[in-house]
Design a protein around this ligand. Sequence first.
Ligand code: ATP
Ligand code: MG
Length: 594
Amino acid sequence: MTASPADKEPLKTSNFLRQIIENDLAKGTYSGRKWGGSPGDAAHHAAGQPDQAKVRMRFPPEPNGYLHVGHAKSICLNFGLARDYGGVCHLRFDDTNPEKEDAEYVDSIKDSVQWLGFDWHNASEMNLYQASDYFDFMYRAAEYLIETGNAYVDEQSADEMRQNRGDFVKPGINSPFRARTSAENLARFREMRDGKLADGAAVLRAKLDMASPNINLRDPAIYRIRRAHHHNTGDTWCIYPMYAYAHPIEDALENITHSICTLEFEDQRPWYDWLLDKLAEGGLIASPHPRQYEFARLNLTYVLTSKRKLAQLVNEKRVSGWDDPRMPTIVGLRRRGYTPEAIQLFAERIGVTKSDSWIDYSTLEGALRDTLDPIAPRAMAVLDPVKLVLTNWDEVMGAGVLDDCSAPVHPHHPEQGKREFKIGKEVWIERTDYEETPPKGFFRLFPGNKVRLKYGHVIECTGATRGANGEITEVQAKLIPDTKSGTPGSDAIKVKGVITWVGVNDAVQAEVRLYDRLFTVEHPGTGDKDFLEELNAGSLKTVTAFVEPSLADVPAGTRFQFERHGYFVTDLKDHAAGKAVFNRVTGMKDSWAK
Ligand code: ATP
Ligand code: MG
């Protein structure tokens, strides 16, 4: 067996998250915990069984867009760690913000997670949750904070609140409402809940420290008034929890052990612990509570990973949709021809770190090549066809004769058999394989030079015909008899060049979409320019190509290596019987390297 680069690397590289988990497992940090069979408060879990899951992770997308390659990293990380350490990973829709979410995205998110090769079900559990199911508990926890003097209703205007928060150099100023009694606060909070106050008239704030050097701890808002219809809870609520309050509680109710998020939440960690410590003290949530760990988000060169900006590309029809093969969405990558294995390998190779950096796009493509090379069937295709006429064919082979040729489906897997095709008097070759005056080192077709038609015969070029505009319309050559590949003595004539081709008689016409990077700059959307101005106008080039006959009836989503050209896939949407459409996934070699 030939080893691919993927075989050579150790399957799992350690990282700081693995070390944290291994350490917790060794110490038994979470080993005494019980699981109530579903998310719930302390009493619910206490009445359950010892938790069979050694760790509980979660992937918590907001259902407000399609997942992208950055989310894929997070999915591979969370589900991968759960799998490797005898745990489970929950898929949780973080749908606490009524304004932004849309049920449309829920299905696509589930599909994307499953397509990547992960599952929230296991033998006994179906860990698919939505955060809005926890609104009752979140409300109860808020009342608890008020009762214990840890939260108050603030009725300053938004402007006052902003001013009084201070900044990095200036401490904040206590709100005049901060000194209200618990009873007053409770009554006022219930009025908020009961719709007695206008939107924005008051917020519930946790009471921490307005002078804290960490601005996140200057009495963060935890509930706001917003009369908005929620896709799950309808009009039950006119107050909604803030994300910073909701998220730790969601983790706690689900018995999450390790809550992994991106670095921008690092400053929120003290708040995360403060809140869960308080709720655990009050016996509202199970102990020990989850802990938050931060890792660097994925930034990929030439790629945008902002849902909002991706949505703009779709809404303004800069791309054909969320699943446009140039989009870094999981549905886009899939249609482009990426495999789940390639994305998993990519996630493994980039690893996790605690400092932000840009990953070179070639790392993603490299993972694709390394996973496809050992499995993708080979095929010949001519992407920029010009006709080559073998002028002596009738004399040496006979008029109208077609000669059988064959090639291995995969050079390293003879057991996969052979592909068959025919050669006749006329074949399609790449326009760039002919040069009238060859540059130095050019070994392909020019008058007087001999090359091999791959898997076929040796030919000697005699010339070419030009059209009215000077373009080559036909290339001519002579076939050299008794040189067909695989026949005795076929290599008597040595040639330096081998070119790919398909027979005019049996080739299949196909639309081939040649994709290039969507942006012209390495770090799109990060400079002063509008990111739309950084779009690559040449990111899609469509050509009419010819492919070998073995590709006549392949299903959509089938991947090939077109010899010399790279990896191609039949398009999931537009490819159909009688109308072949291929997408270029990536070229043979890294064309991104600087
Ligand atoms: P938005 O663009 O709306 O802020 P988001 O990218 O934060 O969205 P979420 O739905 O909140 O998307 O993300 C779900 C999870 O995916 C979060 O845990 C987040 O940490 C992770 N995630 C999002 N983007 C990346 C990224 N570029 N790299 C790694 N993880 C990411
Ligand atoms: Mg987010």
